[in-house]
Design a binder for this molecule. Sequence first.
Ligand code: NDP
Ligand code: GDR
Length: 371
Amino acid sequence: MKKKALITGITGQDGAYLADLLLSKGYEVHGIKRRSSLFNTDRIDHLYQDPHESNKNFFLHYGDLSDSTNIIRIVQQVQPDEIYNLGAMSHVQVSFETPEYTANADGIGTLRVLEAVRLLGLTKKTKIYQASTSELYGLVQAVPQSETTPFYPRSPYAVAKLYGYWITVNYREAYDMYACNGILFNHESPLRGETFVTRKITRAVAKIALNLQDKLYLGNLDAQRDWGHAKDYVEAMYLILQQEKPEDFVIATGITTHVRDFVRMAFAEVGITVEFRGEGVDEKGYIVSCSKAEYQVEVGKEVVCVDPKYFRPTEVDLLIGDPSKCNEKLGWKPKYDLQALVSEMVVADVELFQREKLLKASGYAIKNQYE
Ligand code: NDP
Ligand code: GDR
């Protein structure tokens, strides 16, 4: 019998990579997608199968984590061996503007998944992975952050995820469920949402190199993040559910980098050297040289500016994870380093915008990008 997995948030970055991974391992994969007025399945369109085909192993169900009857119905219908609860309002800054919705989807949504499994009598069959986050650490208590470092969440997103974390632990202890938290540090890829800082930077670098954009406006350049590749991190999610005992794991690279240095690395991929001058809101990045003749950029031009509108009411300054436990118990180590990640993201965005430039030059309308 094929194993069955149910993924909430399958249309997101991690959902797409995880679906690929589980299908490659012979799973039958079910995903929950939200109804939207435009198609929202770009990241998983390559997995689509004709609904009339027999032997299908990939299924999508309409649903939402804010709707418990819907979650119960889908879990009952699928009878999954594993649930990966990746669905969430995942943008930290947006959570300050939509705190109640974020609490509902990210906090109570987790409870709804756990309750569905419990109410349907599946506690001995269904294992649950909860997408917890390094944002739980928030205000720095100690570094590197490990499974035993105290939490101090700094956003409505992180507070909602704190509830998700503890309700998962509580259901494991109260009902003897196989339910685990993966406390994942930031992970990125060419599929990363366009408004997270890494993808915002790699898209802007590609557009600036191709003369499609003038400047990149960013918030806090001093923030430090432990960045890995999403492809590596979904392997860790899978491994967490294959252990004998349910446990929580930090998944991280153990290396941290400033946002400012990510900017430098991304520009370097297109041969552009950027130097930062000034301080605080007056800090700016200038092009000091360009080694690739195919990119006609102006040396001396100001290309990076700070816009305080991207500052958060409360910020998480420094994240650096301690991957000792996942290294030892899961045998997990990332295959990508930051340089390889940045390179893959910039190459993908240059290709994307080269196509867009061609369309524009040929008189086709292009989408406006709001960031
Ligand atoms: P994305 O934002 O790319 O994807 C989020 C997914 O959740 C999308 O499929 C989205 O659907 C779906 N979703 C949002 N709200 C709801 C809802 N109310 N009901 C059902 N589905 C919903 O996030 P990532 O793939 O990057 O992250 C996956 C999970 O891991 C998230 O829970 C995130 O908080 C967490 N996480 C992410 C980290 C990272 O660095 N990427 C690090 C640590 C944790 P739609 O496409 O329709 O918007
Ligand atoms: P984060 O990711 O908040 O860590 O949450 P994001 O990429 O949004 O921010 C990282 C850091 O960069 C700073 N920053 C900016 N961020 C954005 N988005 N836009 C900007 O213009 C900008 N300028 C500077 C931020 O202030 C921050 O310090 C991500 C999400 O995937 C969460 O769901 C996940 O839980 C955590 O990672 C781990």
